[in-house]
Design a protein around this ligand. Sequence first.
Ligand code: ATP
Length: 606
Amino acid sequence: MRFAELVRSYERLEATTKRLEMRTILSELFQSVPRGELASVVYLSQGQLRPEYEGVELGLAASLGARAVAEATSTEPTAVAERLRALGDLGDVAAELLTAGGKTGEDRPLEVSEVYDGLLRVAQTAGEGSQDAKIGILRDLLGRAAPLEGKYLIRFVMGTLRLGVREATILDALGAAWGGGTKESRLAIEAAFNVSSDLGVVATTVADGGVAALAGITLTVGRPVRPMLGERAKDLTEVLKRMEGTAALEYKYDGLRVQAHLDAHGKVRLFSRRLEEISAQFPELLADLPNALASRPAIVEGECVSVDADTDEIRPFQEISRRRGRKYDLERMQEEIRVALFLFDVLLDGDGRTIDLPFPERRRRLEALVRGSTRIRLATQRVVTDVPAAQAFFDESIADGCEGVMAKSLSAESSYRAGARGFWWIKYKREYTQGLADSIDGVVVGAFHGRGRRAGTYGALLLASYDPEKGVYESFCKVGTGFDDAALAALPEKLRPFEVQERPPGIDTGLEPDRWMKPGLVLEVRGAELSLSPNHRAGLGMVRPGAGFALRFPRFTGRWRDDKGPEDATTAAELLRLYRTQVRRESTEGDDAPDGATGVPVGRKD
Ligand code: ATP
């Protein structure tokens, strides 16, 4: 397929924000792609080269992109920089310069496969002299590109492709193309994605063999499964009611979720909640797991927490978070921050797939599988049938350094629901006993300049929840409290990659921040209560027409949710649940608190 054809579809995609229209464009595109190239086109449309979990990145700094443009168009670097300042987008600069150079892309037209292979080589080139080699590849591609092709090529490389294509839209498009657009086919496609986490594999399978072939996509060691998630309940009485009187309660460890894959040869790979590979960060788990599990291959899940070397007590989340993303000094960190992995589920055991079994059977298998070691243990569990017993277990969990309990359904339907949030798991945390039931994970969509003590950094951030139906980020608060000096100082650097000149599409708010941010960063906030405000758009109209949820007195907990992508943030539906379950105070203030009440004034001393 010609790259020019793909780019034409990208132009159409960029021109619309309507999900239905996007679905049509994508489904037409996918059907027109030769089968062998379908997977690459699916990845490219998401701005990726490989499934996300493989973590393949282009690794090209902005300055190098500019250099490639300069070399390919025989332009002085200073002139490229000048045009970049004027246009604000290197893709547009490339298009402009290619047009000026009379490039039509018709001499040796670019094929999609050439562009894809070239970009993959850019990503894979490493080591000494690699930057020059990367620029060389890009320059050669750009040298053959028509202006529009150059625009998208550069945007792809710079990570600024703004097609707005989400996983859900691709699943829709595949359903429309090869599943007759039915609800059943959409569910089957989504289920295949949930166990494989690879849209390229799903697309090729359904295109080749129709929906029936999707059943052949099975659990594969080394390919992460999208995590099952839990719902909330307002108290333990509700937990037991929803579980029809009997539930398995487990300690809810406050650490990092880890999905461990052990292959037949004893090699281990670890994945985070976001399905990023984190194997290198925990060498001690890689060493221990092959012996701690009685059969292989296996896929197990657990929570990794830090434990005190002397007392074996569980340490707070802040400690384990220091191990996250760390690449250097690993030996010293292993000594300093000891970890233990508390396993709570098994998806594959030996050659048998356990993911479809009800939870009691999975737990039984897990108990047989885990030989145990100092580092690899079973999550503490107790089956309860009444509230006092549940309360006692909850208290033990808190006393042992956990954040609450996870209640698990014992029913026949309690299979592992990959990628789903439902009442088969219910979380109940300590904070639920306070004002607002839970913390909220918000996506940073904007920032306000700081004044006084905060001059030069940001004074507050505009946070949004996510509506997966609409694919829109909707604001619910402006948070300025809870940032210590170090966090404040680090803010500009942390936010820089997300800054954009104009309001990105898919953001709904009544406020106008000083800087817009493209959705990417997620952080955890707590607040006194959820109220309603016309300035915020989260769950707009769910409780009252024209008003969205607003978090009163929000405070950053100090926890950046690097383990969550923007689409994993708290949803409008979850906010509604929180709104309904919050402990209503005797308050004289009306629901429509002025906006000042939903955010702490900029520059306020923390
Ligand atoms: P939270 O913000 O509360 O961590 P979340 O959105 O990441 O929530 P939830 O499904 O709401 O995910 O909460 C479940 C999380 O709790 C799991 O992702 C896992 O990391 C952690 N956890 C700790 N102990 C357990 C356990 N025994 N069983 C299942 N999950 C557990």
